[in-house]
Design a protein around this ligand. Structure first.
Ligand SMILES: NC(=O)C1=CN([C@@H]2O[C@H](COP(=O)(O)OP(=O)(O)OC[C@H]3O[C@@H](n4cnc5c(N)ncnc54)[C@H](O)[C@@H]3O)[C@@H](O)[C@H]2O)C=CC1
Ligand SMILES: CC(=O)C(=O)O
Ligand SMILES: [Mg+2]
Length: 632
C-alpha cells in the first residue's frame, strides 16, 4: 500500500529554462500604451534604479503601435531577469541588520511591484528562486502583509464579494475579465494563519496560495482567481480602524452566512463549471460545514483540513521510517496532537483512517494511540462573602469524554476513562507528555511557544528512538517552538518539522539538525492540478489519500535516515507533478475522470504512471515571452 520507490524526476522547468525553441504567438486585442499597462502582455520592467528596461523587439513595437512609447534599447528576458535579481540582492544587502518585518516587507514590495507590471518575469523569478521567495509571498511574510494590508494596498488583485452584494453575485462574476478560470482560492478571512480574524485583509492568503499554484503546479496565471468573501469581521481593532477596507459590521452568522457562500458558489459554478475551489483559512465551524455542504456537489476541497492532513500523515509515516521501523509500526506510535481545530482534526481523521487500514480496519483500536489537547472554557461560580461571582476560565488540556460542550467534530477523538493512563480530563500538555511518552508531538494550535522548555525536555523520555516534533502553526511567531529550541531541549536525535521555514541547525562537529517544512504547500498544488486535469466533478477521499501516499513515498531511505521527511522546496514542481499524477490516477480508478480539453477519459485510463506524470508536466504553464500578434 505504501510504496517506497521514487519515480524518476521528469524534465521540468530547469531544462526548459534554457530551451531555444521559439514559443508560439500570443494573440492580443490591445495596442500601444494599453499593452504596456497590462502586466500579462507587458515586457518592460522598472528596477530600483529607476528606468525602463524593455524586452519588446523592434518588429513587435511596429506591429503593436509601441514605437516611440519606449526607450530605444532592447534587452533580452535573461538580461531583465538578471537586472531584477541584482536589484533584489542589493535591497537585501542594504536592509541587512534591520528588523525582520521591515526587511521582509521591503522584499514583498519589490516582488509585488514586479507582479503589478510584468507577470511573465514575476513568475519566472518566482519559479527559479522559489526557496528564497516562498517565505516572502507565502508564510511567514504573507501574514505580515495581511496584517498591514490597508497600508500596503495599491491596486486590487482578485475579486471581493461582500454581504452587501447579496443577490448580485451571478452578474458580478462576469466582471472578471478572464474567459476561463481553472483555480479559485476562497477565504472569508476569519482565521488567517494563526493570526485570527483579519477580515477583508485576509485576501493576501488566496493571492499567496495562487502564486504557489502557478509556481508549483504551473497553473496558468490568467486562469486563477483569488476571492475574498467579506461577511464582516469580529476583530474590534479592525472595526475601529478608519483605514480598514472591509465591511464594518460583525460577521454574518448561521443561515445568513451560508446564503452568501451558496450564492457565490452558484455564481462560480454557473460561469466556470469546471473551476476548482479551494477553501482556505475559514474558522473551524465554517470550514467543516462548508466542506460537508459542497464536497459532493462541486469540485472543491478544504486545504486546512484535507491538504494539511495529507502532509502531516506523510511526515508521520516518514518519522516511523526514520526510526528504522517498518511502516506498519505506525499503528504502535503514540501521537499527541495539540489543537483540536480544523487542521488538527483533519490530521487526526486521516491518520486514524491510515492506521486502521494498516490494522485491518479497526478504528476503535487505532484511536487509542492518539491523544488530543485543546482548550476548554468553563464557567465557575465563587462566593465572596455574600456575593456570588461568576467567571469564565480557559483550561488547556487533554480532551476526554468528560468534557462539556465538546465540538462534535472532536468528539470521536476524546478519550474514554479507561484509555487515559491515569490522566485526568484537562491534564496539562506537560503531564500528558510525561505520562504518554509520545513518539510524536504535533502542534496545530496557533499558539507560539506552547512547546516550552519543560515540554521539550520531557520529549527526551519519548518511547521513540527518534522522537518527532511537528510545530506546524504559522506564521513563525505562532510556531509551537523554534527549531533551535527543539534540538536544544529535546535532544539532537529528534526529527523536526515546522509549518513556516527555519534554517537547519548546526549541531557542532559537522552534525546538522535538519528542519523540514511540514506545510500543505507540498500537496494543495498537486491536488488542484490533478483534479483539474482529471476532469473529475468531485475530490474524493481516495484522491486525497493517493496524494498523501505519493508524498509519503517520495523520500529515499538515505534522506529519511538523516531526518529529511519532505523534498526540498526547490523541487516543488517535480513533487507536484507526481502528486498531481497520483490524484489523476485515483480519479481514473474511481471512474470519476472525465478528461480535460482534448484528452478524454479513455486516453487518461490508458496512460501508465510515468506517462501520467509526463502528461501533467506537459500541462504546466511556464513563463516565457511569446511574440505578441494583434488581433481585432
Ligand atoms: N503547516 C500547515 O500546513 C498548516 C498550519 N496551520 C496552522 O495551524 C494553526 C491552527 O489552524 P486551524 O486548525 O485551522 O485553526 P483553529 O482555530 O480551527 O484551531 C486551533 C485550535 O487550537 C486550540 N487552542 C488554542 N489555544 C490552545 C492552547 N493553548 N492549547 C491547546 N489548544 C489550543 C483552539 O481551541 C482551536 O481548537 C494555525 O496557526 C495555522 O496557521 C493550518 C493549516 C495548515
Ligand atoms: C499553511 C496554511 O494553510 C495555514 O497556515 O493556514
Ligand atoms: Mg490555510
Amino acid at each position: 500500500m505504501w510504496r517506497l520507490a521514487r519515480v524518476t524526476a521528469t524534465s521540468l522547468s530547469r531544462s526548459r529554462r534554457f530551451s531555444t525553441a521559439i514559443p508560439g504567438p500570443c494573440m492580443v486585442h490591445k495596442r500601444g500604451a494599453d499593452i504596456l499597462h497590462d502586466p500579462w502582455f507587458n515586457k518592460a520592467i522598472k528596477v530600483i534604479r529607476g528606468y525602463d528596461d524593455t524586452g519588446f523587439p523592434l518588429t513587435e513595437r511596429d506591429r503593436l503601435g509601441l514605437r516611440g512609447l519606449l526607450p530605444p534599447r532592447v534587452i533580452s528576458f535573461e538580461q531583465q531577469y538578471a537586472r531584477f535579481m541584482e536589484s533584489y540582492r542589493s535591497l537585501e544587502k542594504n536592509t541587512q541588520g534591520q528588523p525582520y518585518g521591515v526587511v521582509s516587507l521591503a522584499k514583498w514590495r519589490i516582488l509585488n511591484r514586479l507582479h503589478d507590471r510584468n507577470e511573465t518575469l514575476y513568475y519566472r523569478v518566482l519559479i527559479d528562486n522559489i526557496k528564497d521567495f516562498a517565505p516572502i509571498i507565502y508564510t511567514p511574510t504573507v501574514g505580515l502583509v495581511c496584517q498591514n494590508y490597508s497600508g500596503l494596498f495599491r491596486r486590487p488583485r482578485g475579486m471581493y464579494f461582500s454581504a452587501k452584494d447579496k443577490g448580485e453575485m451571478m452578474s458580478m462574476i462576469y466582471n472578471w475579465p478572464a474567459h476561463q478560470v481553472d483555480m479559485i482560492v476562497l477565504t472569508d478571512g476569519s482565521r488567517i494563519l494563526g493570526l485570527g480574524d483579519l477580515g477583508v485583509q485576509g485576501i493576501g492568503i488566496p493571492i499567496g496560495k495562487l502564486d504557489m499554484y502557478v509556481a508549483a503546479a504551473g497553473i496558468n496565471p490568467q486562469r486563477i482567481l483569488p476571492v475574498m468573501l467579506d461577511v464582516g469581521t469580529n476583530n474590534q481593532e479592525l472595526l475601529e480602524d478608519r483605514l480598514y477596507l472591509g465591511l464594518r459590521q460583525p460577521r454574518l452568522e448561521g443561515e445568513e452566512y451560508l446564503a452568501i457562500v451558496d450564492e457565490f458558489m452558484e455564481a462560480v459554478h454557473t460561469r466556470w463549471p469546471k473551476a476548482i475551489v479551494q477553501f482556505e483559512d475559514f474558522q473551524m465551524k465554517w470550514a467543516f460545514e462548508t466542506l460537508q455542504r459542497y464536497r459532493k456537489r462541486v469540485c472543491m476541497f478544504n486545504d486546512d483540513i484535507q491538504g494539511t492532513a495529507g502532509v502531516a500523515l506523510a511526515g508521520l509515516l516518514g518519522s516511523v521510517r526514520a526510526q528504522g521501523r517498518p511502516l506498519t509500526d505506525f499503528v504502535n506510535q503514540k501521537i499527541v496532537v495539540v489543537g483540536a481545530g480544523s487542521a488538527g482534526l483533519g490530521v487526526l481523521s486521516m491518520a486514524v483512517q491510515a492506521a486502521s487500514r494498516m490494522a485491518g480496519n479497526s478504528e476503535a483500536v487505532t484511536r487509542n494511540q492518539f491523544f488530543l489537547i485543546d482548550k476548554d472554557v468553563r464557567l465557575y461560580t465563587f462566593s465572596l462573602s455574600q456575593t456570588c461571582i461568576e467567571a469564565l476560565y480557559q483550561f488547556y488540556g487533554l480532551v476526554t469524554k468528560e468534557r462539556k460542550n465538546l465540538d462534535p467534530a472532536a468528539a470521536p477523538f476524546a478519550k474514554a476513562p479507561g484509555e487515559i493512563m491515569g490522566l485526568k480530563e484537562g491534564a496539562t500538555l506537560l503531564e500528558v507528555v510525561k505520562k504518554v511518552k509520545p513518539h510524536v508531538l504535533l502542534g496545530l494550535s496557533g499558539v507560539g511557544g506552547i512547546f516550552n522548555e519543560e515540554v521539550l525536555k520531557a520529549m527526551r523520555e519519548s518511547a521513540s528512538t527518534k522522537p518527532a516534533i511537528f510545530a506546524m502553526s504559522n506564521p513563525t511567531l505562532n510556531a509551537e517552538c523554534t527549531a533551535a529550541d527543539a534540538f536544544k531541549h529535546a535532544g539532537e536525535n529528534i526529527v523536526f518539522a515546522s509549518g513556516s521555514p527555519f534554517e537547519n541547525i548546526d549541531l557542532g562537529n559537522g552534525k546538522v539538525g535538519y528542519v523540514n517544512q511540514a506545510n500543505n504547500m507540498y500537496l494543495f498544488p498537486g491536488i488542484g492540478l490533478g483534479a483539474l486535469l482529471s476532469g473529475a466533478h468531485f475530490i474524493t477521499d481516495g484522491m486525497l489519500q493517493a496524494a498523501a501516499e505519493c508524498l509519503a513515498s517520495y523520500m529515499t531511505e538515505e534522506e529519511i535516515e538523516k531526518g529529511i521527511l519532505y523534498p526540498s522546496i526547490n523541487s516543488i514542481r517535480q513533487i507536484t507533478a507526481e502528486v498531481g499524477a497520483a490524484v489523476l490516477r485515483a480519479a481514473v480508478a474511481e471512474e470519476l475522470a472525465e478528461g480535460h480539453g482534448e484528452v478524454g477519459p479513455k486516453e487518461l485510463a490508458h496512460m501508465s504512471k510515468e506517462e501520467t506524470v509526463e502528461y501533467i508536466t506537459q500541462n504546466m504553464w511556464f513563463p516565457v515571452y511569446s511574440p505578441l500578434v494583434h488581433e481585432k
